[in-house]
Design a binder for this molecule. Structure first.
Ligand SMILES: Nc1ncnc2c1ncn2[C@@H]1O[C@H](COP(=O)(O)OP(=O)(O)OP(=O)(O)O)[C@@H](O)[C@H]1O
Ligand SMILES: [Mg+2]
Length: 293
């Protein structure tokens, strides 16, 4: 059985007095097998959030159907199975991180020791244990996204729907969120997410759909979508100019290009920060040993 099955779904939003209506989703069909991670990408306004809201039952389609684990998306029994992180989650800013997770836990029927344990576990998972007693008013964007993720996971859903989980989060924070998603996937949870961070989508997702003006214009596994059989890349360790010249001659007309390999900007960013953290760690250790002397 598929975890998610969306079949020829259409959705439009009427305007005022017949003006300004929008045809947001035009016949989208997709399936996600149980345990899969599916990424939806597309420009602003292409209909990603609308598809997600249709799937979690917050919007009703004009035509077509959405089902989750074989049940219609709007079936109340499905509520327990789906965790949802909306695009702009709204939280009570006067609650602390811990109180917020507890609040959502109570809404999902948890009480007593089970609620306490689940709250502790989730704050740990999203890396907010130290900030748990601070009010959300003082949380940064990345911290709020992580609270949103904890909220979506509170009832141990079988399907997690994440609308831009890394929006506004710095590279280290988005790595943390990526690792959390991979961890959740390993536990067998199906994930449906959309994001503008294409590199992350490529790293996390098994399948990807490209949405454009409400239509899926490309769909497939990561390998199917990104494979380019007309070109090949060869990576050499410490190549000498002589070796490169030999290879160029051997390849003849097929030779196209040769340039140094490059690191991604993300790698440069993370390496720099990690080096600083190590430096700081060493300084702290030194000052501790000096104090001890
Ligand atoms: N409640 C609504 N009322 C009217 N129009 C809406 C509503 N929700 C979405 N739309 C319109 O539907 C289209 C698709 O919007 P949607 O939010 O699904 O796009 P998106 O792909 O999530 O964009 P983004 O990347 O900016 O989040 C847009 O033209 C949007 O203006
Ligand atoms: Mg959106």
């Amino acid at each position: 059985m598929d975890a998610v099955s969306i079949t020829d779904v259409h959705k439009s939003f009427p305007g005022h007095w017949g003006k300004g209506g929008v045809y947001a989703v035009k016949g989208v069909s997709l399936r996600i097998p149980e345990g899969g991670v599916y990424g939806l990408i597309g420009p602003n306004g292409s209909g990603k959030s609308t598809v997600m809201k249709l799937l979690v039952g917050l919007l009703a389609p004009d035509a077509g159907s959405c089902s989750v684990f074989g049940q219609p998306a709007t079936a109340p029994a499905n509520r327990r199975e789906i965790g949802f992180l909306p695009e702009n989650p709204y939280f009570y800013k006067f609650l602390t991180g811990e109180e917020t997770v507890r609040f959502y836990g109570r809404l999902c029927g948890l009480r007593g020791a089970a609620l306490k344990e689940r709250t502790r576990e989730l704050l740990e998972l999203v890396g907010l244990t130290e900030a748990k007693d601070r009010r959300l008013r003082g949380y940064s964007k990345g911290m709020l996204q992580r609270i949103g993720l904890a909220q979506a996971l509170v009832q141990k859903p079988r399907l997690l729907v994440l609308d831009e989980p890394t929006a506004g989060v710095d590279p280290i924070g988005s790595r943390t969120i990526r690792d959390i998603i991979l961890n959740i996937k390993e536990q067998g949870v199906t994930v449906f997410l959309c994001s503008h961070l294409l590199e992350q989508v490529q790293e996390i997702c098994d399948r990807v759909g490209v949405l454009y003006q409400g239509c899926l214009i490309a769909e497939g596994t990561m390998d199917e979508l990104t494979r380019d059989d007309r070109h090949a890349e060869i990576t050499l360790n410490n190549p000498t100019p002589e070796l490169l010249e030999q290879m160029r001659q051997l390849a003849g007309d097929a030779w196209q290009d040769c340039r140094p390999a490059r690191n991604s900007l993300e790698t440069v960013f993370l390496r720099g920060i990690q080096a600083k953290l190590r430096e700081k760690g060493m300084q702290n250790a030194e000052s501790r040993s000096q104090n001890a002397e």
